[in-house]
Design a binder for this molecule. Sequence first.
Ligand SMILES: [Zn+2]
Length: 424
Amino acid sequence: MKKIFIITFIVILFVLAFAFYKLVFSQKEKTILQMTEDEAFYLEDVRIFGNHMNLSGCLDTKLDSDLSLILKSDEDEFVIDSTFSSNDGKTCFSLSDKNNEGINLDELNEGKYLLLVKNTVEKDEYFYTIENSTDYKTLEYYTITKNNKNNKIDFKSVTDEDLNKNYIEFNIKDTKLPSDVYDITIDPGHGGYDPGASYTLNGKTYNEADLTLMVSLLVKKELEDLGLKVKLTREDDTGLYYYGENGRADIPNDVKSKFSISIHLNSDYGIMSYGGVEVYTPNDVNYDLASLFAKNIGQIVGYSKKATDKVSNGIYFQYFTSRDIEDSRKEAIEKGNKPYDIKEGAPYMYMIREVGGKQTYAYVDGRNEDVGINKYYDAIQVAEPYLLEIAYINYESDLYKILNNTDEFATAISNSMKEYLKIS
Ligand SMILES: [Zn+2]
């Protein structure tokens, strides 16, 4: 009798010890994925503009509690700035309506993360996976070079067969930048068959194409001094195609650069000469970078007095109005071309609109063979494009500065990038 009691006691002791062990260690043993709910969010949209990623998605259930979008690894939890809304029995998240906002990909730490939604109910945390319902199952991004270092971010959709779960992973590793990947593209406007605007000063005629190249070569050098890898669309007086193999608008995305900066000189033929800088921006962006360009170049030549398309001092956004679209349609038909599907509000300048792909309503889709095809007209991962009219070629005090203080313009542009990208 006593023996049985002892054995029973020992068995109970073992059971209790095992239960205690399970209780203490089970949390650790569970992978993040095992902790997630059965129901999953689905990703509806993903895009990368410059160095920012934007995401949106939904869950077919209404959740009213404290929700956040997170990147979670074994050790780390990174909260993504996001907005949740609940209606029609759904719960949806989005990041920003600005193309150049969302997740700053250059600021993520190395590691392997799951993209999850965390629901905090009182003190309990519930995690939801996010299934990728978009057409873009894998994306790769090379961070901007800082201190001679780059990370490669692999965004991919993964299926765990055992747990029957689909989820999104961010795998971030230190890497060397491949030889064909660049940080920034600088595009010296015009060239070759296209000299751009010109002006004769003291008997000498200056062409826009030569002056933009002169400035761009200096900008390249200054950006390289900051450690950035810079691609020029042309390095001499070569005439470029707009689209197609080596097309000017394709180059920034061919080399996976995060920013594309076209450098031009303005010209007006009216009675009044404006002078000063005009920074042309893409649609739906915050003006953080544009403001830096305008401020720094404006310190040399002042802000342009042009009022049309003006957003604020030195910052301009020129876009297709419904009337422009109708004019363009008529012109295409007259020339025997097929009219493009131009969206109202699309940036007017092709080095902004076409470089920015889907997010800037690029439309050169190859329907007119003689125009060519922009390989990236439908792309969701693109360079963030700007066009800088750094001064007026026919405003003599501006032209003097371009000729005599060329390096000041280069420094203004490189300092803007340095400050925006927080390069120390
Ligand atoms: Zn130009």
